[in-house]
Design a binder for this molecule. Structure first.
Ligand code: SF4
Ligand code: MG
Length: 336
């Protein structure tokens, strides 16, 4: 089956310039540095990694909100890397984004009804009356009463604003929604409500999500598959079950080990990852994780490991994936 979204060898490099009179390039930030993944219809692929690893840039590249330096983007089997005009507008209807901070993405001077109706108006969908009716329907879908349409963004809580952002994305009846850390700014109790809403909407409308997160605990609740990103590259992809039960990449293992164990008796056994994340202006040669990897060997400093398939759709970018001891995931959190 053709994936809904597929990106191949996607890169975003920014020149870094210095100099007041004559600017000269002093380096390159490799924010996204050769990323490939696919999102199938109706599934949630979580893209997880520490802040600054290139997750949000990848999300924006995938939707053509920014232009890639290299690589290609395919939507529903079609190469959309360089489309423009009407074709790009059509893509915008089918693939929407929900941002981390809905307050920043909502115009404070538009009431919520107008904010939700705006994409429909831009795309020439319906008339003012039909859009008003649709706004009420959309508010209902995200659990907000119709009278909220007349209120302004500042009158809502963070969780409610995120519901409004989701309603706005749904207004286009998209097939894919990129969720860029949609619950990271919310209290834990509210996070669960928004995650449950997203899952409910996915079931109802067959939505696919590319779900960006830095929090593996959230990923555990939403993802079908997980891609782990580090310094602009994906290091491991697996089903959620395989990733949490039998992670292969040393970085994934370190991330999982850093999740606090629910049983306090079993906490504190974890060796935290040493060192800092290198700058995306100075990505280490060979395996980009070698400066922090407890298992690194000579080959790791020389050869850049490609993302390669193991069994059952599990992919890993590590020279030594087969020879590392079996991972014992000890995060303690079970699967529902
Ligand atoms: Fe560690 Fe080497 Fe694997 Fe990189 S390739 S993750 S440095 S063992
Ligand atoms: Mg981000």
């Amino acid at each position: 089956m053709t994936p809904l979204l597929e990106v191949r060898d996607l890169a975003k490099h920014y020149p870094v310039k210095s100099g007041i009179v004559v600017a000269r390039q002093v380096g390159t930030v490799r924010a996204v540095d050769g990323v490939s993944f696919a999102v199938n219809r109706g599934e949630t692929l979580a893209l997880v990694g520490e802040s600054g690893c290139g997750k949000s840039t990848t999300a924006r590249l995938a939707l053509r909100l920014i232009e890639p330096s290299a690589g290609s983007i395919h939507f529903d089997g079609r190469d959309v890397t360089r489309i423009g005009g009407a074709a790009l507008r059509a893509l915008r209807r089918r693939a929407q984004i929900v941002f981390q901070d809905p307050y920043a993405s909502l115009n404070p001077r538009l009431n919520v009804g107008d904010a939700i109706a705006e994409p429909m108006a831009v795309h020439g969908i319906g008339n003012a009356a039909s859009r008003r009716a649709r706004v009420e329907e959309l508010l209902g879908l995200v659990g907000l009463a119709p009278f909220h349409a007349a209120r302004f963004p500042h009158e809502f809580s963070g969780g409610q604003r995120q519901r409004i952002g989701i309603a706005r994305a749904l207004s286009m009846q998209p097939e894919l929604i990129v969720c860029d850390e949609p619950v990271s700014a919310l209290d834990v109790s509210i996070q669960a409500q928004v995650v449950n809403l997203l899952k409910d909407l996915q079931r109802r409308f067959g939505l696919a999500y590319l779900f960006i997160a830095h929090d593996l605990a959230v990923v555990k609740h939403v993802a079908d598959r997980v891609a782990v990103m580090y310094l602009g590259r994906i290091l491991e992809v697996a089903s959620k079950r395989a990733l949490f039960a039998a992670p292969r990449h040393p970085y994934t293992r370190a991330l999982l080990a850093a999740i606090p164990h629910p049983d306090p008796q079993r906490r504190g056994r974890v060796t935290p990852l040493g060192g800092d994340v290198p700058s995306p202006m100075a990505i280490p040669p060979g395996c980009r994780f070698h400066t922090r990897c407890p298992a690194a060997q000579a080959i790791c400093r020389e050869q850049d490991p490609a993302l390669r398939p193991l069994a059952d759709g599990h992919q890993v970018a590590c020279h030594l994936a087969e020879t590392l001891p079996e991972a014992i995931s000890d995060t303690g959190a079970g699967f529902a």
